[in-house]
Design a protein around this ligand. Structure first.
Ligand SMILES: [Fe+2]
Length: 373
C-alpha cells in the first residue's frame, strides 16, 4: 500500500542522480526501435511495447523479464505512454514510476568524469550532457577554474566547481554551436567570469576575443588557443599545458566536424579545405596529447570514465586524417550526415546570446549530428 502513496513520476534530476550514485534502478524504454536507435538512456532495458501500450493492450509488458527487486522507471518520448507502462507494472507488483517529460526532458541529463592529464597540474572534469552528447569541461588549478563549451545550466558548473574549491574565472567557447543552446554567456554573467570567444563578428553581445596563440591562465596552468577553422570559420581548439587538447567540433575521437552548416555548397567546400589544414596542424602535435572533444556520438554512460583518447589513437581511428587535401574534400563532402533539426534557429539564438522563451529542449531535442566519420 505504501507504494501507491509514492509519486507515480520521477523527474530527470532524480533519475540522473540515482544513476550517478549507482543506486539500483531498472530504466525501461518502451519506445519503438527506430526512436531508441536515435538516442537512449545508458544501461536502459528496451521493450518495443509502444504501439501495444497505446492500443490499450493489458498484456503489453506481460513477457518482459524485469527484475522485481529494484525500482523501475518507464520511459517514452514525451512521458505519456510511459504512464500506461508504469500503471501496468504497478498492477503486477512493481515499484514503478514514469519519467516525467520522457526523452525530451532527458535531453538535459548529465554526468561527469575526471579526465587525467599526465604532465599537467590541472584537474579536468568532463561534464557530459548524456541526453544529447554534448561534452563540456571544467578545468581547475589552485582555486580557479575555466569552463569550456557550457551546454548545461550554470548551477551544474558552479556546484561542481564548489565541490573542488574552485571559483570559475573564465568561460570559454570553441565556436558558436549549432546543435545546442550555448549557456556560456549566462554562466559568465552568473559567476562574474570573463567570457572568452574566438575572435569573430557573428555574435551580437560583448565578449573578450581570443586570437590564435593567445594564452589564458587558470591558476598555474596555461590554455593556449589554436585557431582551427573549418567546422565553423571561428572554430578554435585549446591546448592545456601542452598536454591536453580541447578540440570542440573540429576533431572527435573517431570522426571530424562537419563543415557544411550555415554554408552554401561552395562555402562548405572552402571550409573543408580550411578543416583539412586545421586537422593537419593538430595531428602534428605530440601523439601522447590527450584529445578532449566537444561531442560524443553515443550517450555517455554513468561510469565516471572519461571519453578521451590519445592523439595517436585518434589518428589511427580516423581514416579521413590520412588523406591528401583533394581526397579529404571528396570524402568529407560525400559523407555529410542529415542536417540537424532546428539548427538555423539555434544558431540565431546563439548569435543573439539569447535563450528561447519556455522550454529550451523544444529546440534541442534529439541526438547531435556534428560529426563526419
Ligand atoms: Fe558545432
Amino acid at each position: 500500500m505504501t507504494r501507491q502513496l509514492l509519486s507515480t513520476t520521477i523527474d530527470v534530476d532524480e533519475l540522473r542522480a540515482m544513476l550517478a550514485e549507482r543506486r539500483p534502478v531498472t530504466v525501461l524504454d518502451i519506445r519503438k526501435a527506430e526512436d531508441r536507435a536515435e538516442w537512449a538512456i545508458p544501461g536502459s532495458l528496451h521493450i518495443d511495447a509502444y504501439e501495444a501500450l497505446k492500443a490499450g493492450d493489458p498484456d503489453a509488458l506481460a513477457d518482459a523479464a524485469i527484475p522485481i527487486d529494484a525500482p523501475v522507471v518507464t520511459v517514452c518520448g514525451a512521458g505519456k505512454v510511459s504512464v500506461t507502462a508504469m500503471e501496468q507494472l504497478r498492477d503486477r507488483g512493481y515499484d514503478a514510476r514514469s519519467l516525467a517529460g520522457g526523452m525530451k526532458a532527458w535531453s538535459l541529463a548529465w554526468n561527469s568524469a575526471e579526465a587525467p592529464v599526465p604532465g599537467s597540474a590541472a584537474t579536468v572534469v568532463q561534464v557530459r550532457r548524456t541526453g544529447k552528447g554534448c561534452l563540456s569541461y571544467l578545468i581547475g588549478n589552485d582555486d580557479e577554474a575555466a569552463v569550456i563549451d557550457a551546454a548545461l545550466p550554470a548551477a551544474v558548473y558552479q556546484d561542481l566547481a564548489a565541490q573542488h574549491g574552485w571559483t570559475i574565472t573564465r568561460v570559454v567557447e570553441t565556436h558558436v554551436p549549432a546543435d545546442h543552446l550555448s549557456r556560456s554567456r549566462l554562466l559568465a554573467e552568473q559567476t562574474g567570469a570573463t567570457l572568452h570567444l574566438p575572435e569573430q563578428d557573428r555574435v551580437a553581445y560583448s565578449f573578450t576575443p581570443v586570437r590564435d596563440g593567445e594564452t589564458l591562465g587558470v591558476g598555474a596552468s596555461r590554455i593556449t588557443a589554436l585557431r582551427t577553422p573549418g567546422h565553423t570559420l571561428e572554430s578554435t581548439s585549446y591546448f592545456l599545458d601542452e598536454k591536453a587538447l580541447f578540440t570542440g567540433d573540429t576533431l572527435f575521437l573517431a570522426s571530424v566536424g562537419r563543415p557544411d552548416l550555415e554554408a552554401s555548397p561552395e562555402q562548405a567546400r572552402a571550409r573543408s579545405r580550411l578543416l583539412h589544414a586545421s586537422l593537419t596542424r593538430l595531428t602534428a602535435l605530440p601523439p601522447e596529447t590527450i584529445i578532449l572533444p566537444g561531442h560524443t556520438s553515443e550517450p555517455a554512460p554513468f561510469d565516471h570514465r572519461p571519453i578521451t583518447a590519445t592523439l595517436g589513437d585518434v589518428i589511427s581511428r580516423v581514416g579521413l586524417l590520412g588523406l591528401s587535401e583533394e581526397a579529404f574534400l571528396d570524402a568529407i563532402l560525400a559523407r555529410i550526415p542529415p542536417t540537424p533539426p532546428n539548427h538555423a534557429r539555434i544558431v540565431a539564438l546563439n548569435e543573439a546570446g539569447e535563450m528561447p522563451d519556455g522550454d529550451p529542449t523544444d529546440l534541442e531535442a534529439g541526438a547531435n549530428r556534428c560529426a563526419v566519420s
